[in-house]
Design a protein around this ligand. Structure first.
Ligand code: MN3
Length: 242
């Protein structure tokens, strides 16, 4: 009896170990591998001074938004992505499997990257104009630049609570306006409408409340006056190469 019990325990232990190994192997083979160039995720400097977006966005809002909110998303993202095998994977790759990486990576990775896109495409005044290629695509998708802004602003206004509105190039290479809750974005595998972002507007209250209080519509209307089309044109050209 004693020998049988010991044998049973030994066998159970053996199978438990085998199970553990096979679970780990399954996980390793199902997790996508990142094969691209290693990427160092950095906290980029603002492309202008804190008061660089006045009068449409006040200096205190920009300072708190960039130096506290954005920086905090970046720091948290670095912490949580550091606990995965994807610390040096591209942000596009990370977002393509973000549903497997957990909410801290999803929320902070989105919070980090959405703000990079946001600051980069703003300027003290509307700068440049849509390139001939982008203009053609805008007219095809929306009719005109003004009609595009009507639809984009509508997405910004109807995003309930915190989130973002986006202009994207979708998987068919066409322009679309879309919205995402919280810090989600259209590059994420969980996004309802996927695509490559051309620009975005942050409609979290922290983006406008000090200057506009509850008047999200005024902030959204003024947003157009700060768009740097040179950046957007370059993003469009890059998106169409993919
Ligand atoms: Mn924000």
């Amino acid at each position: 009896m004693k020998t049988n019990n010991l044998l049973t325990i030994a066998l159970l232990t053996f199978f438990a170990t085998m199970n553990g190994v096979s679970d780990a192997q399954t996980t390793m083979t199902t997790m996508k591998q990142y094969n691209g160039q290693p990427v160092e995720h950095i906290f980029q400097p603002l492309p202008y001074a804190y008061d660089g977006l006045e009068p449409h966005m006040d200096a205190l809002t920009v300072e708190i938004h960039y130096d506290r909110h954005h920086r905090n998303y970046y720091n948290q993202f670095m912490k949580f992505i550091g606990e995965t095998p994807y610390k040096n994977a591209s942000i596009e790759f990370i977002f393509s499997i973000v549903s497997e990486l957990g909410n801290p990576v999803r929320n902070n990775g989105g919070g980090y990257y959405n703000h990079v896109l946001f600051w980069e495409a703003l300027a003290p005044q509307e700068t440049g104009a849509p390139s001939p290629e982008l203009l053609k695509a805008i007219e095809k998708a929306f009719g005109s630049v003004d009609q595009f802004f009507e639809q984009f602003n509508q997405k910004a206004m109807t995003q309930f609570g915190s989130g973002w509105a986006w202009l994207i190039v979708d998987e068919k290479g066409e322009l679309q306006v879309t919205q995402t809750p919280n810090q989600d974005n259209p590059l994420m595998d969980i996004a309802q409408v996927k695509g490559i972002p051309l620009f975005n507007i942050d409609v979290w209250e922290h983006a406008y409340y000090l200057m506009y209080q509850n008047k999200r519509a005024d902030f959204v209307q003024n947003y157009r006056k700060m768009i740097n089309w040179n950046v957007v044109n370059e993003r469009y050209a890059n998106a169409m190469k993919k």
